[in-house]
Design a protein around this ligand. Structure first.
Ligand code: KG4
Ligand code: ZN
Length: 333
C-alpha cells in the first residue's frame, strides 16, 4: 500500500490530495478570491493566502479520504515552476510534514503533473502521445515518451494561451480570471463574427502577443465608433477571440501529429477546461482519426490530485527528494 499526501501551491490555488495506490481519495482546492479585484494574481497576497489555507486544506483532504495522518507513506509537493513565495509555502509544509512523520519527500514538476493528470482516471493514454499543455503561464506541445520522459517540442514565444484569454478579458472589462468568462459568453456568440488574424509562426511554436494587440486595436476602434459596441456584441467578440485562440492551438497540434506520426493526442492545463477547445478536439478526433484525451474538469486547472499521481509514480520508483531541496520559479522537465 502506498498512501501519498500531495500539496500544490504554485500559483493562486492551495490544494491537497490523498491518493492510495494510484486511486484518488480526495482533492481539496481553496481558490484565492483576493486577486479578483486586482485583475491578476498578486504574488505577495498569494503567499499570504497559501499560508492561511495550507493546514485547513490538508486537514480537509485527510478527513475526506477517511484516513489517519499516520497512514501517509510519503508527501509529494510542487517544486516549480510557479511563484516563488507561493511555492515556498507548499515546499516548507511538505518538508516539515515529512520530517515530523519520518516519511519520504517527493518533488514534482507542475507542468509534468498537468500531463500526468491523464493517469488519474480511465481511459489512460498509451506512450508515446502528444500533450498540448495550456495554462495561465505555459503553452507547450509535449512529446510524452514515458511517465518522466517528456520533451517540449513546441512552446510559446511570448504570452501563454491562458494569458491570451485573461488579457483579452481585461480589454473587454471582464474580471480575472477571464478565461472561464470568455468561455461563457462565447457559448452564445458567433465564432465567425469578427475574424482575428492567425499568426504565422514557423515550426511548432506559438505566439499570442500579436493577437492581443489586434484585439486591443479592434475594440478601441469599435468603441470610438459606437460606445455601446461591447455591450451589444460581447458574445460575438468572445466567441471570435476564443475561436482564433483554439484554431491556433489545434492547427499546431495537427502539424505536430503529422511530424511525429502520433495520433494519440491529449490536452491539459487550465485552458483545457474551455468548452470550445474540448468540442473542437472531439471534432478533430473524427476528422483526423485521433484518439483524444481530455481531462475531467476538476483536473484541468491547478489541483493537488495531479501532483499526487505524479508523486505516486515517483514514489514507486523510489525517486525521493532530500530535505535541503529548494523550490524553483523556473523549472525544466
Ligand atoms: O493551469 P491553471 O489553473 O494555472 C496555471 O498553472 O497557470 O490555468 C489557469 C488559466 C487561466 O489563464 C484561466 O483563465 C484559464 O486557465 N482557464 C480557461 C478556462 N478555465 C481556466 N481559459 C479558457 N476557458 C476556460 N473555461
Ligand atoms: Zn497549472
Amino acid at each position: 500500500m502506498a498512501t501519498i499526501l500531495a500539496i500544490e501551491s504554485s500559483c493562486d490555488e492551495t490544494s491537497a490530495a490523498i491518493c492510495i495506490d494510484g486511486i484518488m481519495r480526495s482533492n481539496i482546492i481553496a481558490t484565492q478570491a483576493v486577486h479578483q479585484k486586482y485583475g491578476g494574481v498578486v504574488p505577495e497576497l498569494a503567499s499570504r493566502a497559501h499560508q492561511q489555507n495550507i493546514i485547513p486544506v490538508v486537514q480537509e483532504a485527510v478527513a475526506a479520504a477517511k484516513i489517519n495522518k499516520k497512514d501517509i507513506d510519503a508527501v509529494a509537493f510542487t517544486r516549480g515552476p510557479g511563484l516563488l513565495g507561493s511555492l515556498l509555502v507548499g515546499t516548507s509544509f511538505a518538508k516539515a510534514f515529512a520530517l515530523a512523520n519520518d516519511i519520504p519527500l517527493v518533488e514534482v514538476n507542475h507542468m509534468q503533473a498537468h500531463v500526468l493528470a491523464h493517469f488519474i482516471d480511465d481511459p489512460k493514454p498509451a506512450f508515446p502521445f502528444l500533450c498540448l499543455t495550456v495554462s495561465g503561464g505555459h503553452t507547450q506541445i509535449v512529446l510524452v515518451r514515458d511517465f518522466f520522459n517528456m520533451e517540449i517540442v513546441g512552446e510559446t514565444n511570448d504570452d501563454a494561451a491562458g494569458e491570451a484569454f485573461d488579457k483579452t478579458a481585461k480589454i473587454l472589462g471582464l474580471p480575472y480570471p477571464g478565461g472561464p468568462l470568455i468561455d461563457k459568453y462565447a457559448r452564445e456568440g458567433n465564432p465567425l463574427a469578427f475574424p482575428f488574424p492567425e499568426p504565422q509562426i514557423p515550426g511548432l511554436d506559438f505566439s499570442f502577443s500579436g493577437l492581443k494587440t489586434s484585439i486591443l486595436y479592434f475594440v478601441r476602434d469599435r468603441l470610438k465608433a459606437d460606445p455601446d459596441f461591447l455591450k451589444n456584441n460581447m458574445n460575438d467578440v468572445c466567441a471570435s477571440v476564443q475561436y482564433r485562440i483554439i484554431t491556433i492551438l489545434i492547427n499546431k497540434l495537427r502539424k505536430a501529429a503529422k511530424q511525429y506520426g502520433i495520433n494519440d493526442i491529449a490536452i491539459a492545463g487550465g485552458v483545457s477546461a474551455n468548452s470550445g477547445l474540448r468540442a473542437m478536439m472531439q471534432e478533430a478526433a473524427e476528422k483526423y482519426n485521433w484518439s483524444v484525451f481530455i481531462p475531467a474538469f476538476q483536473y484541468c486547472t491547478d489541483n493537488a490530485a495531479m501532483i499526487a499521481i505524479a508523486g505516486y509514480y515517483k514514489y514507486m520508483n523510489k525517486d525521493f527528494a532530500s530535505q535541503d531541496i529548494a523550490p524553483l520559479a523556473r523549472m525544466n522537465f
